[in-house]
Ligand binder design. Structure first.
Ligand code: ZN
Length: 91
């Protein structure tokens, strides 16, 4: 069973399609069922739609970071927010 904090950790990988298909399915199922994560499904789907509807572009690293910072702030301001890891190291 996937936990909320794992979802948030894996969300960027999910958007970038860096996950195994069964892992993607598990996360999407959780997003649909979890009352903590559900509000973010809308944002997530919008993001994915936008990603699919535009040609790939080089996103400056700072824009990428800013985007995820905003997402993380939104997530942590949720009522009953699950504990998030402080940072995710990924090079
Ligand atoms: Zn959840």
């Amino acid at each position: 069973m996937v936990e909320c904090k794992e979802i948030f950790d894996l969300l960027s990988d999910l958007i970038e399609h860096e996950l195994e298909h069964n892992q993607e399915d598990e996360i999407l199922a959780h997003l649909l069922e979890c009352e903590n994560c559900f509000p973010y499904l809308h944002t997530f789907r919008k993001t994915v739609c936008l990603c699919k509807s535009i040609a790939p572009v080089e996103v400056p690293q700072e824009v990428h970071q800013e985007f995820w910072q905003i997402i993380k702030v939104e997530i942590t301001s949720l009522p009953q927010s699950p504990g998030l890891k402080k940072s995710r190291k990924k090079s």
